[in-house]
Design a protein around this ligand. Structure first.
Ligand SMILES: Cc1cc2nc3c(=O)[nH]c(=O)nc-3n(C[C@H](O)[C@H](O)[C@H](O)COP(=O)(O)O)c2cc1C
Length: 194
């Protein structure tokens, strides 16, 4: 089934990157709905390497603040919720459950380069699924890579195999705070049909 134009507008054409949000909170039920949609997006060998921390309380925001670039700090502290999109380098330990029809764990165990590439690729895809799922559920997003990953890892994931990738502010956007829309590459600049 092809989506109607208004759905494509909501997901892509009219969706914007948000820098400010109205006062409405993002409650636990919405975050559960968000994960229950995004989790169905595909990853290699169904590895599901992404891990998400929804930073919402003032105490947790204060832990995040020192790692943020100066341009991202105020808007992130003001956002109702900030998702840390991370990936678990031990993702392959779950493969006997997530991909049970074959020994997929052995494709990764002891192979750090394959682990890193697969975790980062799949975790990044799942972060993109989060953005699109959020838009589909009526939320707005402000993705950010302007922060110190090592500081976030030390604060939120010490002594673990989890590494941060990027952040996404989540809430109900204030349209007056978006920047002017920039163009995208044309089909012939970005695509070839071989
Ligand atoms: C992975 C990623 C990292 C980004 N990092 C930042 C950032 O650190 N600070 C910021 O203000 N915007 C950041 N952006 C926002 C982009 O500049 C923005 O999404 C892009 O210009 C498209 O804007 P539009 O969705 O309004 O068309 C980031 C976006 C993505 C997807």
């Amino acid at each position: 089934m092809k989506l109607h134009d208004d759905a494509l507008d909501t997901l892509f054409r009219r969706a914007r990157t948000h820098n400010g949000f109205d006062g409405r909170p993002v409650d636990d039920a919405v975050l559960h709905d968000l994960y229950d949609v995004l989790k169905w997006g595909p990853t290699s060998a169904n590895s599901c390497p992404a891990r998400f921390v929804f930073v919402r309380s003032p105490e947790a925001k204060a832990r995040l603040a020192p790692a943020l670039s100066s341009g991202n700090r105020d808007k992130t502290l003001a956002a109702p919720c900030t998702a840390i999109v991370a990936y678990d380098l031990a993702f392959f330990e779950a493969l006997p459950r997530l991909f049970p029809h074959t020994d997929a764990r052995s494709w990764f165990a002891g192979k750090p380069d394959v682990i890193q590439a697969t975790a980062f690729r799949g975790g990044t895809l799942q972060g993109a699924y989060l953005i699109l799922a959020a838009r589909a559920l009526g939320l707005d997003c402000g993705p950010m890579s302007g922060f110190d990953n090592a500081m976030v890892d030390a604060e939120f994931f010490p002594g673990t195999t989890i590494r941060s990738n990027f952040l996404v502010n989540l809430g109900y956007g204030d349209p007056s705070r978006v920047y002017p829309r920039n163009p995208r590459l044309a089909f012939d600049e970005a695509c070839t049909i071989a």
